[in-house]
Design a protein around this ligand. Structure first.
Ligand code: CAA
Length: 249
């Protein structure tokens, strides 16, 4: 069987790195999409770190909020891998937390662009080759805060909840052609994004998690890899929650 090609947006971040590694462990050729504010040296350093740990992962620059930049990214991926994307993980995302009464349009717009508009830009570019091939796996990374809402995250909760609707609609459109679309909703995972939360706020949140701790990026990576496997062709339009029991639906 030919090696599947996977693209993970935000692939050099906390959860992204674990997803890249889990997909590589399952035998895929993996490309980590990165933005890093255009800091290509940072991405190269990340790639070197992966190599030292035995992971041969390609990197491709792309701004997921910008259609032209996404198109250039996909072209680059196709040239580097000599194929088209079989597995897309829409993982790139940002937070701009703040109570709604103080929230600026910029905070709203940046979060909606990076977390939701990105779904359109990236998925639009890979869907037709997947349908032509009769195989595809798309995983959209949402959040527990889409399901339950979160104080200080009206922008982020709105964007992440939008992902659920997108997943379910697209899943119906492409199901008969071997393409599955699912959402993975992590809870609070040990990443630089969560490290930005003030410690006293994070302590309160951790007390609400029945498992009694934050999640690990590896716990997300393994689940994503399972949903991307050939054996998972009957799972589509679903949401896979990994939140230590913080929210049960
Ligand atoms: N519920 C109800 N009231 C709350 C509250 C809560 N959870 N948190 C704070 N408040 C109250 C405060 O007590 C305060 O009340 P008073 O005005 O009466 O004193 C009022 O709301 C204002 O709160 P703050 O002073 O904290 O306001 P702030 O502007 O300084 O900070 C905030 C607000 C930035 C949102 C801060 O509360 C915060 O960082 N919260 C955490 C947000 C969060 O969980 N982000 C997740 C990031 S990680 C991620 O997103 C990954 C993922 O998918 C899970």
């Amino acid at each position: 069987m030919t090696q599947r090609i996977a693209l993970v947006t935000g692939g050099t971040g906390g959860i992204g790195t674990a997803i890249c590694r889990a997909l590589a462990d399952s035998g895929m050729k993996v490309v980590a999409g990165y933005n890093s504010g255009g800091n290509h040296d940072k991405a190269k350093a990340w790639q070197e770190e992966q190599k030292q740990d035995g992971y041969d992962i390609l990197v491709a620059y792309g701004d997921v909020t910008d259609a032209a930049s996404c198109a250039a990214c996909i072209k680059n991926v196709e040239q580097m891998t000599n194929g088209t994307v079989d597995v897309l993980i829409n993982n790139a995302g940002i937070t701009r937390d703040g109570t709604f009464r103080k929230m600026t349009w910029e905070q709203w717009d940046q979060v909606l662009s990076a977390n939701l508009d990105s779904m359109f830009h990236m998925t639009r570019l890979v869907i037709n080759p997947m349908l032509d091939k009769g195989f595809g796996r798309i995983i959209n990374i949402s959040s527990v805060n889409a399901q339950k809402g979160q104080f200080g995250q009206s922008n982020y909760s709105a964007a992440k909840a939008g992902i659920h609707g997108f997943t379910k609609a697209l899943a119906q459109e492409v199901a008969s052609k071997g393409v599955t679309v699912n959402t993975v909703s992590p809870g609070y995972v040990m990443t630089p994004m969560v490290a930005k939360i003030p410690q006293e706020v994070l302590d309160k949140i951790t007390k609400q998690i029945p498992v009694g701790r934050l999640g690990t990026p590896q716990e997300i990576g393994k689940a994503v890899s399972f949903l991307c496997s050939d054996d998972c062709g009957y799972v589509t339009g679903s949401d896979f929650s990994i939140n230590g029991g913080q929210h049960m639906s």
